[in-house]
Design a protein around this ligand. Structure first.
Ligand SMILES: Cc1cc2nc3c(=O)[nH]c(=O)nc-3n(C[C@H](O)[C@H](O)[C@H](O)COP(=O)(O)O)c2cc1C
Length: 374
Protein backbone atom coordinates (compact mmCIF):
# COMPACT_ATOMS: atom_id res chain seq x y z
CA UNK A 1 0.00 0.00 0.00
CA UNK A 2 1.40 3.40 -0.88
CA UNK A 3 1.89 6.07 1.76
CA UNK A 4 -1.05 8.44 2.24
CA UNK A 5 -0.48 11.94 0.86
CA UNK A 6 -0.68 13.63 4.25
CA UNK A 7 2.28 11.62 5.55
CA UNK A 8 4.63 12.22 2.64
CA UNK A 9 7.53 14.59 3.26
CA UNK A 10 7.24 17.93 1.51
CA UNK A 11 9.94 20.03 -0.08
CA UNK A 12 9.59 22.97 -2.36
CA UNK A 13 11.97 25.01 -4.44
CA UNK A 14 10.70 28.20 -5.96
CA UNK A 15 11.83 29.74 -9.19
CA UNK A 16 11.90 33.51 -8.88
CA UNK A 17 13.29 35.72 -11.60
CA UNK A 18 14.92 32.64 -13.18
CA UNK A 19 16.73 31.73 -10.00
CA UNK A 20 15.90 28.49 -8.25
CA UNK A 21 15.51 29.10 -4.51
CA UNK A 22 15.18 26.55 -1.77
CA UNK A 23 11.91 27.05 0.00
CA UNK A 24 10.22 24.90 2.62
CA UNK A 25 11.03 21.39 3.86
CA UNK A 26 8.63 19.48 6.12
CA UNK A 27 8.53 15.89 7.37
CA UNK A 28 4.85 15.54 6.48
CA UNK A 29 1.99 17.64 5.11
CA UNK A 30 -0.01 17.94 8.30
CA UNK A 31 0.14 21.38 9.92
CA UNK A 32 -1.36 22.43 13.22
CA UNK A 33 -3.55 25.49 12.60
CA UNK A 34 -3.03 28.54 14.81
CA UNK A 35 -5.33 28.44 17.83
CA UNK A 36 -5.75 30.92 20.63
CA UNK A 37 -5.86 29.02 23.92
CA UNK A 38 -5.74 31.91 26.41
CA UNK A 39 -3.33 30.26 28.87
CA UNK A 40 -0.84 33.14 29.22
CA UNK A 41 -2.17 34.10 32.63
CA UNK A 42 1.07 35.65 33.89
CA UNK A 43 1.59 39.39 34.09
CA UNK A 44 4.19 39.34 31.29
CA UNK A 45 1.82 37.57 28.86
CA UNK A 46 4.62 35.12 28.19
CA UNK A 47 4.56 31.48 27.14
CA UNK A 48 5.93 29.08 29.77
CA UNK A 49 7.85 25.82 29.66
CA UNK A 50 5.26 23.91 31.73
CA UNK A 51 2.17 24.95 29.77
CA UNK A 52 2.83 26.13 26.20
CA UNK A 53 6.15 24.24 26.08
CA UNK A 54 4.52 20.93 26.91
CA UNK A 55 1.46 21.58 24.70
CA UNK A 56 3.45 22.26 21.54
CA UNK A 57 6.01 19.50 22.31
CA UNK A 58 3.16 16.98 22.56
CA UNK A 59 2.15 17.94 19.00
CA UNK A 60 5.65 18.09 17.47
CA UNK A 61 5.07 15.20 15.06
CA UNK A 62 3.12 17.62 12.85
CA UNK A 63 5.00 18.69 9.75
CA UNK A 64 4.56 22.26 10.97
CA UNK A 65 3.14 23.76 14.15
CA UNK A 66 1.70 27.26 13.96
CA UNK A 67 1.26 28.89 17.36
CA UNK A 68 -1.75 30.72 18.64
CA UNK A 69 -2.08 34.34 17.54
CA UNK A 70 0.49 36.37 19.51
CA UNK A 71 0.16 40.13 19.78
CA UNK A 72 2.93 42.21 18.22
CA UNK A 73 2.46 45.08 20.68
CA UNK A 74 0.32 46.12 23.64
CA UNK A 75 -2.02 47.88 21.23
CA UNK A 76 -2.51 44.70 19.20
CA UNK A 77 -4.34 42.78 21.93
CA UNK A 78 -8.05 41.99 22.04
CA UNK A 79 -8.49 38.94 24.25
CA UNK A 80 -7.49 38.01 27.77
CA UNK A 81 -4.44 35.83 28.47
CA UNK A 82 -3.06 35.74 24.93
CA UNK A 83 0.73 35.67 24.70
CA UNK A 84 2.82 38.42 23.13
CA UNK A 85 6.07 38.60 21.18
CA UNK A 86 7.14 42.20 21.83
CA UNK A 87 9.01 42.05 25.19
CA UNK A 88 12.23 40.36 26.33
CA UNK A 89 10.29 38.24 28.86
CA UNK A 90 8.06 36.99 26.06
CA UNK A 91 11.06 36.10 23.90
CA UNK A 92 12.52 34.14 26.84
CA UNK A 93 9.24 32.27 27.28
CA UNK A 94 8.98 31.34 23.62
CA UNK A 95 12.63 30.17 23.59
CA UNK A 96 11.62 27.35 25.93
CA UNK A 97 8.78 26.38 23.60
CA UNK A 98 10.86 26.32 20.42
CA UNK A 99 13.57 24.30 22.17
CA UNK A 100 11.13 21.62 23.27
CA UNK A 101 9.64 21.36 19.78
CA UNK A 102 13.06 21.23 18.13
CA UNK A 103 14.28 18.59 20.58
CA UNK A 104 11.42 16.41 19.30
CA UNK A 105 12.33 17.06 15.67
CA UNK A 106 9.43 19.45 15.05
CA UNK A 107 9.15 22.81 13.30
CA UNK A 108 7.24 25.78 14.65
CA UNK A 109 6.12 29.15 13.26
CA UNK A 110 4.62 31.88 15.44
CA UNK A 111 1.46 33.63 14.32
CA UNK A 112 1.85 37.43 14.51
CA UNK A 113 -1.39 39.13 15.44
CA UNK A 114 -3.01 42.54 15.63
CA UNK A 115 -6.73 42.41 16.30
CA UNK A 116 -7.45 46.00 15.22
CA UNK A 117 -11.04 46.90 16.08
CA UNK A 118 -11.91 43.46 17.54
CA UNK A 119 -10.87 44.77 20.93
CA UNK A 120 -12.13 47.00 23.72
CA UNK A 121 -10.92 50.13 25.57
CA UNK A 122 -10.55 47.93 28.68
CA UNK A 123 -7.39 46.50 27.06
CA UNK A 124 -5.97 49.95 26.29
CA UNK A 125 -6.33 51.99 29.50
CA UNK A 126 -9.60 53.40 28.22
CA UNK A 127 -8.26 54.41 24.82
CA UNK A 128 -9.97 53.33 21.63
CA UNK A 129 -8.72 50.30 19.66
CA UNK A 130 -7.09 51.07 16.31
CA UNK A 131 -8.59 50.26 12.91
CA UNK A 132 -8.43 51.48 9.31
CA UNK A 133 -11.66 53.46 9.77
CA UNK A 134 -13.91 54.50 12.65
CA UNK A 135 -16.51 51.79 12.05
CA UNK A 136 -17.79 49.62 14.89
CA UNK A 137 -17.65 45.90 13.97
CA UNK A 138 -20.64 45.35 16.31
CA UNK A 139 -19.04 42.29 17.80
CA UNK A 140 -18.33 41.16 21.35
CA UNK A 141 -14.97 41.48 23.01
CA UNK A 142 -13.97 39.07 25.78
CA UNK A 143 -12.49 41.19 28.57
CA UNK A 144 -11.45 40.55 32.19
CA UNK A 145 -15.07 41.37 33.08
CA UNK A 146 -16.61 39.04 30.52
CA UNK A 147 -18.13 39.83 27.11
CA UNK A 148 -18.56 43.50 26.26
CA UNK A 149 -19.82 45.22 23.12
CA UNK A 150 -17.12 46.49 20.81
CA UNK A 151 -16.93 50.26 20.30
CA UNK A 152 -16.31 52.57 17.36
CA UNK A 153 -12.52 52.35 16.96
CA UNK A 154 -10.06 55.11 16.13
CA UNK A 155 -9.09 55.45 12.46
CA UNK A 156 -5.34 55.00 12.36
CA UNK A 157 -3.26 58.04 11.48
CA UNK A 158 -0.43 57.61 9.00
CA UNK A 159 2.05 57.64 11.85
CA UNK A 160 0.07 54.93 13.67
CA UNK A 161 0.19 52.85 10.49
CA UNK A 162 3.97 53.32 10.33
CA UNK A 163 4.36 52.41 14.01
CA UNK A 164 2.30 49.26 13.49
CA UNK A 165 4.47 48.22 10.55
CA UNK A 166 7.49 48.60 12.84
CA UNK A 167 5.72 46.55 15.53
CA UNK A 168 5.40 43.66 13.06
CA UNK A 169 9.03 44.02 12.04
CA UNK A 170 10.11 44.03 15.67
CA UNK A 171 7.94 40.99 16.40
CA UNK A 172 9.54 39.11 13.49
CA UNK A 173 12.98 40.01 14.84
CA UNK A 174 11.93 38.70 18.25
CA UNK A 175 10.59 35.52 16.67
CA UNK A 176 14.02 34.85 15.20
CA UNK A 177 15.62 35.50 18.60
CA UNK A 178 13.18 33.10 20.22
CA UNK A 179 14.24 30.33 17.82
CA UNK A 180 11.12 30.07 15.67
CA UNK A 181 11.50 28.45 12.26
CA UNK A 182 9.34 31.19 10.83
CA UNK A 183 6.37 33.49 11.31
CA UNK A 184 2.82 33.53 9.99
CA UNK A 185 1.19 36.93 9.47
CA UNK A 186 -2.36 36.76 10.79
CA UNK A 187 -3.96 38.52 7.84
CA UNK A 188 -7.19 36.57 8.29
CA UNK A 189 -10.43 36.20 10.22
CA UNK A 190 -11.52 39.82 10.47
CA UNK A 191 -8.48 41.18 12.29
CA UNK A 192 -6.45 44.26 11.39
CA UNK A 193 -5.21 43.28 7.89
CA UNK A 194 -8.60 41.85 6.93
CA UNK A 195 -10.16 45.15 8.10
CA UNK A 196 -7.88 46.99 5.68
CA UNK A 197 -8.67 44.59 2.81
CA UNK A 198 -12.45 44.90 3.15
CA UNK A 199 -14.31 47.89 1.71
CA UNK A 200 -17.02 47.74 4.40
CA UNK A 201 -14.44 48.22 7.18
CA UNK A 202 -12.00 50.43 5.26
CA UNK A 203 -13.45 53.69 3.95
CA UNK A 204 -10.14 55.59 3.98
CA UNK A 205 -9.55 58.17 1.29
CA UNK A 206 -5.74 58.17 1.51
CA UNK A 207 -3.29 55.68 -0.07
CA UNK A 208 -4.54 52.91 2.28
CA UNK A 209 -8.16 52.92 1.05
CA UNK A 210 -10.35 53.22 -2.02
CA UNK A 211 -8.79 50.92 -4.61
CA UNK A 212 -7.90 47.25 -4.19
CA UNK A 213 -4.24 48.12 -4.46
CA UNK A 214 -4.58 50.73 -1.72
CA UNK A 215 -6.47 48.40 0.62
CA UNK A 216 -3.71 45.80 0.21
CA UNK A 217 -0.91 48.34 0.70
CA UNK A 218 -0.60 48.06 4.49
CA UNK A 219 -0.18 44.27 4.24
CA UNK A 220 2.55 44.51 1.58
CA UNK A 221 4.35 47.25 3.49
CA UNK A 222 4.43 45.00 6.55
CA UNK A 223 5.69 42.09 4.45
CA UNK A 224 8.39 44.20 2.80
CA UNK A 225 9.64 45.51 6.15
CA UNK A 226 9.54 42.08 7.77
CA UNK A 227 11.63 40.46 5.07
CA UNK A 228 14.49 42.71 6.07
CA UNK A 229 14.75 40.91 9.40
CA UNK A 230 13.64 37.36 8.52
CA UNK A 231 14.16 35.54 5.21
CA UNK A 232 11.05 35.49 3.05
CA UNK A 233 11.04 31.71 2.91
CA UNK A 234 10.33 31.80 6.66
CA UNK A 235 7.22 33.94 6.30
CA UNK A 236 3.76 32.46 5.84
CA UNK A 237 0.54 34.46 5.41
CA UNK A 238 -3.07 33.56 6.16
CA UNK A 239 -6.33 34.58 4.47
CA UNK A 240 -10.01 33.73 4.82
CA UNK A 241 -11.40 35.14 1.56
CA UNK A 242 -15.04 34.05 1.96
CA UNK A 243 -15.41 35.05 5.60
CA UNK A 244 -18.79 36.72 5.92
CA UNK A 245 -20.97 37.70 8.86
CA UNK A 246 -18.30 36.79 11.41
CA UNK A 247 -15.73 38.96 13.20
CA UNK A 248 -17.43 42.05 11.80
CA UNK A 249 -16.65 41.21 8.16
CA UNK A 250 -19.22 41.74 5.40
CA UNK A 251 -18.20 40.71 1.90
CA UNK A 252 -18.97 42.74 -1.18
CA UNK A 253 -18.29 42.34 -4.90
CA UNK A 254 -14.72 43.56 -4.50
CA UNK A 255 -13.78 41.09 -1.76
CA UNK A 256 -12.76 38.13 -3.92
CA UNK A 257 -10.98 40.33 -6.52
CA UNK A 258 -9.02 41.84 -3.60
CA UNK A 259 -7.79 38.42 -2.47
CA UNK A 260 -7.08 37.43 -6.08
CA UNK A 261 -4.93 40.54 -6.47
CA UNK A 262 -3.05 39.84 -3.22
CA UNK A 263 -2.46 36.16 -3.88
CA UNK A 264 -1.30 36.74 -7.46
CA UNK A 265 1.07 39.45 -6.27
CA UNK A 266 2.54 37.01 -3.76
CA UNK A 267 3.99 35.08 -6.72
CA UNK A 268 6.65 37.82 -6.77
CA UNK A 269 7.79 36.69 -3.32
CA UNK A 270 9.43 33.53 -2.08
CA UNK A 271 7.20 32.93 0.94
CA UNK A 272 7.07 29.75 3.02
CA UNK A 273 3.39 29.35 2.17
CA UNK A 274 0.01 30.94 1.64
CA UNK A 275 -2.46 29.55 4.16
CA UNK A 276 -6.15 29.72 3.17
CA UNK A 277 -9.33 28.77 4.99
CA UNK A 278 -12.40 27.32 3.33
CA UNK A 279 -15.52 29.36 4.23
CA UNK A 280 -16.39 29.23 7.94
CA UNK A 281 -20.11 29.43 7.11
CA UNK A 282 -22.36 28.45 4.21
CA UNK A 283 -21.81 31.16 1.60
CA UNK A 284 -23.56 29.41 -1.29
CA UNK A 285 -26.31 32.07 -1.35
CA UNK A 286 -23.87 34.99 -1.57
CA UNK A 287 -23.33 35.69 -5.26
CA UNK A 288 -19.88 37.22 -4.88
CA UNK A 289 -18.46 34.58 -2.49
CA UNK A 290 -16.27 31.66 -3.52
CA UNK A 291 -17.49 28.37 -2.06
CA UNK A 292 -14.41 26.27 -2.85
CA UNK A 293 -11.39 28.26 -1.78
CA UNK A 294 -8.52 25.83 -2.49
CA UNK A 295 -9.90 24.99 -5.92
CA UNK A 296 -10.40 28.65 -6.81
CA UNK A 297 -7.07 30.01 -5.60
CA UNK A 298 -4.70 27.11 -6.41
CA UNK A 299 -4.31 28.09 -10.08
CA UNK A 300 -3.42 31.66 -9.07
CA UNK A 301 -0.46 30.82 -6.82
CA UNK A 302 2.81 29.10 -7.74
CA UNK A 303 4.17 28.58 -4.24
CA UNK A 304 3.17 26.31 -1.37
CA UNK A 305 -0.53 26.41 -0.58
CA UNK A 306 -1.83 25.30 2.81
CA UNK A 307 -5.56 24.74 3.21
CA UNK A 308 -7.63 24.61 6.37
CA UNK A 309 -11.06 24.30 7.91
CA UNK A 310 -13.17 21.26 8.47
CA UNK A 311 -10.75 18.69 7.07
CA UNK A 312 -10.49 15.09 8.28
CA UNK A 313 -8.02 12.41 7.19
CA UNK A 314 -9.93 11.46 4.04
CA UNK A 315 -10.67 14.95 2.78
CA UNK A 316 -7.13 16.06 3.66
CA UNK A 317 -5.59 13.28 1.57
CA UNK A 318 -8.05 14.03 -1.21
CA UNK A 319 -7.40 17.78 -1.44
CA UNK A 320 -3.69 16.98 -1.95
CA UNK A 321 -4.53 14.20 -4.41
CA UNK A 322 -6.73 16.59 -6.40
CA UNK A 323 -3.84 19.03 -6.61
CA UNK A 324 -5.69 21.86 -4.84
CA UNK A 325 -3.28 22.16 -1.89
CA UNK A 326 0.17 21.06 -0.77
CA UNK A 327 -0.37 21.09 2.99
CA UNK A 328 -3.43 20.72 5.22
CA UNK A 329 -3.81 22.55 8.54
CA UNK A 330 -5.92 20.97 11.26
CA UNK A 331 -7.26 23.03 14.15
CA UNK A 332 -9.73 21.42 16.56
CA UNK A 333 -8.59 17.84 15.80
CA UNK A 334 -5.14 18.82 17.12
CA UNK A 335 -6.60 20.10 20.39
CA UNK A 336 -7.85 16.66 21.40
CA UNK A 337 -5.37 14.51 19.43
CA UNK A 338 -1.77 15.49 20.19
CA UNK A 339 -0.67 12.49 18.11
CA UNK A 340 -2.91 13.36 15.16
CA UNK A 341 -0.24 12.39 12.61
CA UNK A 342 0.28 8.96 14.18
CA UNK A 343 -3.48 8.42 14.40
CA UNK A 344 -3.73 9.13 10.67
CA UNK A 345 -0.83 6.75 10.09
CA UNK A 346 -2.24 3.92 12.22
CA UNK A 347 -5.90 4.48 11.40
CA UNK A 348 -6.77 5.20 15.02
CA UNK A 349 -10.08 6.84 15.80
CA UNK A 350 -9.89 10.52 16.76
CA UNK A 351 -10.82 11.80 20.22
CA UNK A 352 -13.52 14.48 20.45
CA UNK A 353 -12.57 17.96 21.62
CA UNK A 354 -14.27 19.68 24.54
CA UNK A 355 -15.07 23.24 23.53
CA UNK A 356 -15.79 24.30 27.11
CA UNK A 357 -12.02 24.17 27.77
CA UNK A 358 -10.80 25.94 24.62
CA UNK A 359 -10.05 29.21 26.42
CA UNK A 360 -9.80 28.42 30.14
CA UNK A 361 -6.57 28.76 32.14
CA UNK A 362 -4.43 25.80 33.09
CA UNK A 363 -3.72 22.31 31.82
CA UNK A 364 -7.28 20.99 31.68
CA UNK A 365 -8.32 20.58 28.06
CA UNK A 366 -4.84 21.70 27.04
CA UNK A 367 -2.02 19.33 27.93
CA UNK A 368 -4.10 16.48 29.35
CA UNK A 369 -5.41 14.86 26.15
CA UNK A 370 -3.69 11.46 26.00
CA UNK A 371 -1.87 9.99 23.03
CA UNK A 372 -3.26 6.73 21.67
CA UNK A 373 -0.22 5.75 19.63
CA UNK A 374 3.55 5.56 19.88
C1 LIG B 1 -10.03 27.47 19.97
C2 LIG B 1 -9.71 28.10 18.63
C3 LIG B 1 -8.86 29.19 18.57
C4 LIG B 1 -8.51 29.75 17.33
N1 LIG B 1 -7.60 30.77 17.29
C5 LIG B 1 -7.11 31.18 16.10
C6 LIG B 1 -5.98 32.06 16.05
O1 LIG B 1 -5.41 32.48 17.07
N2 LIG B 1 -5.55 32.44 14.82
C7 LIG B 1 -6.15 32.00 13.65
O2 LIG B 1 -5.71 32.37 12.56
N3 LIG B 1 -7.19 31.15 13.70
C8 LIG B 1 -7.66 30.71 14.88
N4 LIG B 1 -8.66 29.77 14.91
C9 LIG B 1 -9.16 29.18 13.65
C10 LIG B 1 -8.41 27.88 13.35
O3 LIG B 1 -7.05 28.14 13.01
C11 LIG B 1 -9.07 27.13 12.19
O4 LIG B 1 -9.14 27.98 11.08
C12 LIG B 1 -10.47 26.62 12.52
O5 LIG B 1 -10.48 25.94 13.77
C13 LIG B 1 -11.01 25.69 11.44
O6 LIG B 1 -10.17 24.56 11.29
P1 LIG B 1 -10.57 23.11 11.89
O7 LIG B 1 -11.91 22.76 11.27
O8 LIG B 1 -9.49 22.17 11.49
O9 LIG B 1 -10.71 23.28 13.39
C14 LIG B 1 -9.07 29.23 16.15
C15 LIG B 1 -9.96 28.15 16.23
C16 LIG B 1 -10.28 27.59 17.44
C17 LIG B 1 -11.20 26.40 17.49
Amino acid sequence: MSMQNLLKPYTKNIELKNIELKNIELKNRVAMAPMTRSRATNKEKAATDELQGLYYEQRASAGLLITEGSQVSKKAVGYINTPGIYSDEQVEGWKKVTKRVHDKGGKIFIQLWHVGRISHPDFHNGELPLAPSAINPNEKSYTEEGFKDTVTPKAMTLSEIKETIQDFKNAAKNAVKAGFDGVEIHSSNGYLFHQFFTATSNTRTDEYGGSIENRARFFFEVLDEMKQVIPQEKIGVRFNPSLNGLFGITMDEETIPTFEYIIKKLNDYNLAYVHLSEPFTDVSNIPFAVTEIAKHFRPLYNGTLMINSGFNKESGNKVIEDGFADLVAYGKPFISNPDLVERFRDNVELAEWDDSTFYVPGEKGYTDYPKATN
